[in-house]
Write a protein that binds this ligand. Structure first.
Ligand SMILES: Nc1ncnc2c1ncn2[C@@H]1O[C@H](COP(=O)(O)OP(=O)(O)OP(=O)(O)O)[C@@H](O)[C@H]1O
Length: 277
């Protein structure tokens, strides 16, 4: 598996890759739509007006060199970074103008998993998944099994079943392999009831077999369960194998949007070698 991990800098333009008509999604088609997204840190413009959309049932992979803005785009969707400008719609709801509990509720339509898996290692897989269904409670309470109603435990068990780990429900999360822990994190996102699943380098810490298994799970959650899934990857081969579409960022701008199967070696070189040219 080839993994690209180089820093983006200059911006050799990629060959034009127009979005095919069937991919020109309207906000009504989409579970997630982002338009005109801008974000700066200090005087560094990290996102320069990014537009993309993800429909229910599709897996979209974001590719691009280190620092191109992929994570920031996803983090703006879930509120881990605050956008300076632009519009985000989640499950048909425009986030702009919402605040407080309404905004938190609208944002619960999206859940995010990370390279660093963030499970409570000493708790069971099931308790960790239950925590996903308790959004809004303080962590200390949400991790106290006494607060988990039976319905929640049943829902969490169904989510573990969905990711193929029902038989490990009562094992400590810390005793599971990295790939299994990532699948527990996905189950926790499912237990939240999210329609949009965002994954930031979900397989970067996994061996090739576990990486393939996690990507196959994400694709299945899109195609079989109808989730809208967006994943940041550094492995174009995995994108080709599992994604429906690929979006490529260079220096805070989208320079590529195409069917995953149409992703060419020259596209990949242009995304990752822009600094060297
Ligand atoms: N909290 C922050 N404060 C300051 N700068 C930040 C912050 N978060 C990200 N950046 C900067 O924003 C730019 C884009 O970062 P981002 O993590 O979105 O890139 P990326 O494409 O996901 O990269 P990578 O593949 O390395 O994860 C980088 O230059 C990064 O240093």
């Amino acid at each position: 598996m080839i993994s690209y991990d180089r820093q983006a800098g200059g911006s050799r333009p990629l060959p034009a890759c127009p979005t095919p008509p069937e991919q020109q999604l309207t906000p009504l088609d989409t579970a997630l739509s982002v338009s005109g997204l801008r974000k700066s840190y200090g005087d560094r413009q990290v996102l320069k007006g990014v537009d993309f959309a993800v429909a229910p049932g599709e897996l979209v992979v974001l590719l691009g060199a280190n620092g191109s803005g992929k994570s920031t785009a996803l983090r703006c969707v879930v509120g881990l970074a605050e956008a300076d400008a632009g519009e985000i719609r989640l499950a048909g709801r425009r986030l702009r103008g919402l605040g407080g509990a309404e905004l938190a509720k609208a944002r619960r339509a999206a859940a995010m998993v990370f390279q660093q898996i963030h499970l409570v290692r000493r708790r069971s897989a099931l308790d960790n998944v239950c925590a996903g269904g308790l959004a809004g409670l303080p962590l200390s309470r949400s991790l106290a099994p006494a607060f988990f109603p039976r319905e929640l435990r049943e829902r969490a068990m169904a989510c573990l079943q969905r990711v193929g780990l029902a038989d490990r429900a009562h094992d400590r999360a810390g005793s599971l392999s990295g790939g299994q822990q990532q699948r527990v994190a996905v189950a926790r996102a499912l237990c939240q009831g999210a329609e949009v699943l965002l994954a930031d380098e979900p397989v970067s810490a996994l061996d090739p077999a576990a990486a393939t298994q996690v990507m196959a799970l994400l694709a299945e959650l899109a195609r079989r369960d109808g989730l809208a899934v967006a994943a940041v990857l550094h492995q174009p081969d995995l994108a080709r194998e599992h994604a429906d579409r690929v979006i490529g960022l260079v220096d805070g701008e989208i320079r590529l949007s195409c069917h995953a199967s149409a992703l060419s070696e020259s596209d990949i070189d242009a995304l990752y070698q822009s600094e060297d040219s």
